[in-house]
Write a protein that binds this ligand. Structure first.
Ligand code: SAH
Ligand code: SF4
Ligand code: F3S
Length: 416
């Protein structure tokens, strides 16, 4: 798609500087590092000052409507001529929308936000430096011939990521790195857009993950978080003997790497989590005693409608086993309130599971219908005010639990 352009040209310095803003989960945080690493390798520099950047990239999230709304409004703000700190008549930067929203809207992004220059989905992020260069070149040529057109590029059909993108050595934090172990998700929880925007699950080869971690250790990093939508479904051939390795064996391999001091992981899906993982957490000295185990609902009827693959009782049993085996371990969760058809009785079951499990923290979300998902077809029948009420009930309850736990901890420490 092409649009008319007759603006000024970006300065040489601006053409070099990239401002990258990240929305969404840790996967996106890691993907932004990957993009930053690739851009640096291609000769660009990063800046925290949006006004100095000739290239502005939004790494986006589609998990709830609210997450998308924030990005549309940011793009609107940045596209305004003469916006704050840029001065009147300022040049519009090259704007990229990448990540999950890019995959959700594809080229339709240009209709909704005509100032966006490129759209790149999660499986195509390796192509970003080349795309940016192409757009910058085109802008110079079109400026000289004033009146030519803006070039719009979208890449959303990639099937996978080349392994090399994980090896640029760029990590945002000093001592900590995220390491992707699995991309995508094939679980199709009925409310969730992730399988549609991130594609089916693909596990990275264990040897590649270990190589990445070894290199990061050589660069001074000691703490790692292994990332996947469902880390417990991890499978790959063992680097030592070619036999399949599962997540617990991968943890064992990483635990053995010299220089690694701490290993965390997110997210665990209750369907694939077993006490064997808890035993490994208790045994492997470097593994953090922290488990994020999203329950989503306490009602079997709703869990079934969500396609979660476990019952309330199975979840409670897992939580009990975790607490028994991983002494003093932290347990956190995610909850959705107002899923289609959630009655007051269903909701009370969720409230009770939060009360009884005494999570260390809970992230509570109001159900948001997502395009193409099965739940979208179920109708969004819990009124917004009722979702808000339910959200507040769980939030207040969890706050009281967290406060009581903190006080108990402080008291036990002061008795030492
Ligand atoms: N892979 C992780 C979660 C990824 S999304 C897992 O399976 O647990 C993070 C959280 O967002 C989910 O756990 C869920 O609680 C919430 N979420 C996902 N889709 C949602 C939707 N349509 N509406 C509201 N919350 C949603
Ligand atoms: Fe979404 Fe379910 Fe996959 Fe998590 S496991 S990303 S909630 S489909
Ligand atoms: Fe959002 Fe994509 Fe993560 S939809 S939650 S950024 S995988």
């Amino acid at each position: 798609m092409f649009l008319i352009n007759c603006g000024q040209e970006l300065t040489k310095n601006m053409k070099k500087h990239v401002y990258l803003r990240t929305f969404g989960c840790q996967m996106n945080v890691r993907d932004s590092e990957v993009v930053a690493g690739l851009m640096k390798k291609a000769g660009f520099a990063l800046t925290d000052d949006e006004t100095k950047a000739g290239i502005v990239i939004f790494m986006t999230c589609s998990v709830r409507q609210h997450a998308e709304d924030k990005v549309w409004s940011e793009i609107g703000r940045i596209s305004k001529p003469g916006r704050k700190n840029r001065g009147a008549g300022s040049v519009r930067p090259v704007i990229g929308l990448i990540g999950c929203m890019a995959q959700n809207y594809r080229e339709r992004v240009f209709e909704r936000a005509p100032s966006v220059d490129f759209v790149v989905g999660p499986a195509d992020i390796d192509k970003i430096p080349g795309i940016v260069k192409k757009i910058l070149e085109h802008r110079s040529v079109s400026k000289q011939a004033c009146g030519l057109f803006d070039l719009k590029i979208w890449e959303t059909d990639g099937l996978g990521r080349p392994e090399h993108i994980y090896h640029t050595g760029f990590y945002e934090e000093k001592g900590h790195a995220y390491a992707v172990i699995s991309e995508g998700c094939s679980n199709f929880c009925t409310y969730c857009i992730v399988p549609y925007v991130r594609g089916p699950v693909r596990h990275r080869n264990a040897q590649d993950i270990i190589d990445e971690i070894n290199k990061a250790v050589a660069g001074g990093i000691t703490r790692f978080t292994l990332l996947g939508q469902n880390v417990n479904s991890y499978r790959s051939p063992d680097p030592l003997n070619g036999k399949p390795v599962d997540f617990v064996s991968l943890l064992k391999h990483v635990n053995r790497i010299e220089g690694v001091e701490e290993i965390g992981f997110i997210t665990s899906h209750p369907r694939d989590t077993t006490p064997r993982l808890f035993e490994a957490m208790a045994e492997f000295d470097k593994v953090r005693k922290y488990l994020h185990l999203p329950v989503q609902s306490g009602s079997d009827r709703i869990l079934r409608a969500m396609n979660r693959g476990y019952t309330r009782q199975e979840y409670l049993k897992l939580a009990r086993e975790y607490r028994r085996i991983v002494k003093g371990g932290i347990l956190t969760t995610d909850i959705i309130v107002g899923f289609p058809g959630e009655t007051k009785e269903d909701f009370c079951l969720t409230r009770d599971i939060v009360r009884d499990t005494e999570f260390d923290a809970a992230y509570i979300f109001k159900y948001s219908p997502r395009p193409n998902t099965q739940a979208e077809m179920m109708g969004d029948d819990v009124p917004r005010s009722e979702k808000e009420r339910r959200h507040k009930v769980i939030l207040d309850l969890q706050r009281a639990i967290s406060r009581a736990k903190k006080e108990a901890l402080l008291n036990s420490e002061s008795n030492l």
